[in-house]
Ligand binder design. Sequence first.
Ligand code: FIX
Ligand code: ZN
Length: 411
Amino acid sequence: MPHAPSRKQLHTLVSGVLNKTPLVDLHTHLYDPALGPVLLWGIDELVTYHYLVAEFFRARPDFGYDAFWALSKTDQADLIWRELFVLRSPLSEACRGVLTVLHRLGLDTKTKDLKQARRYFQKRKARDYVDQVLKEANIKRLYMTNDPMDPLEAPGWEKGFDRDPRFLGVLRLDSAIMNWPDGASRLRAMGYAVDDGLTGNTLSQIRRYLNTWCDRFDARYMAISLPPTFRYPDIHSPLTTLITKTVIPVAAERDIPVAMMIGVKKLVNPALRLAGDSVGKSDIDTVEALARDFGNIRFLLTMLARENMHELCIAARKFKNITPFGCWWFLNNPSLINEITRMRLETLGLSFVPQHSDARVLDQLIYKWAHSRTIIGEALTDKYADLCATGWLPTKSEIERDVKQLFDIAL
Ligand code: FIX
Ligand code: ZN
């Protein structure tokens, strides 16, 4: 009877498999390098990430919002670096992330300015750097967030380009259907004959929009972020009507999933711009009702409130068409990734997607995945150790199989 491995031996095995398994990143704000400068990378983008902007104002509440936004990106980065990394220890997850990237790139992290880092990035070419970062983070494919109504992204699609197969398309729905009829004028400007009242051909025109852009993007799923107040059923809500009468029928026709990211309160502090969004507790009854009424739809689901995470695990146990994914945004911190991952392993086994990066800056892939692989590795090690205590000893190939199921996502 082979003897059970020690926890240390198990941890070495599990973390080795995790680190060498190329993964698929289910949700990012990154772009095919052919789309040009809309793909953000480099030290100034890293340090002015909206998470760090919010933390800067915690350190400097005396600093005016307008004064900050009036600065150049370089000056913003220098200011944030000084306040959060020099005058204070960079203990937050977002600060630590920047240091992990610099450290993995062989750069000095305890430096009083960004001169060395800027010299490093000035020598990089975007396409080579994409290869370097994907290799360092061991990512084989990632899903973008593509919005036909984004003025920064749209020109690249109009021009057309040879796709990088590592960057998969996703049709993002917010700008078209959130806060209806805000999107109606944008749709009309694109040639879709919609009216504010969702009457006549409006719904079929919106389905045409969805199909046209799913084709253009070769979209592997459609995605939308939703407020904590989102409800289904809700006969008075244009949003609910649009989701059930346009998004869901098109997803069914195309047999692609619908990703719902529920719980964001947009711009509670508009002065913070992208950093101004907050979190609210969402309604799990709505999630269960959607999964029940649309059993033919695969729902990729993540929620922003910690309190919703356990409810989502249980909803997924009740509905096989729910796949919980990621530790989203304010949950993407070691203490919560740890809690959520263990909760999911205990309630769902391997039938969930443990993490996505949500990276907005290419280099973030390095830290978001290094940090998550470590935490998820600890949780998996403990779960395998629990199995060993029953005499069920995992083999290396079984651990490789399990890790592939968790991270090598094929939609
Ligand atoms: O809606 C989303 O895709 C969110 O992830 C973003 O809006 C958010 O700003 C973010 O990047 C969080 O990590
Ligand atoms: Zn996102």
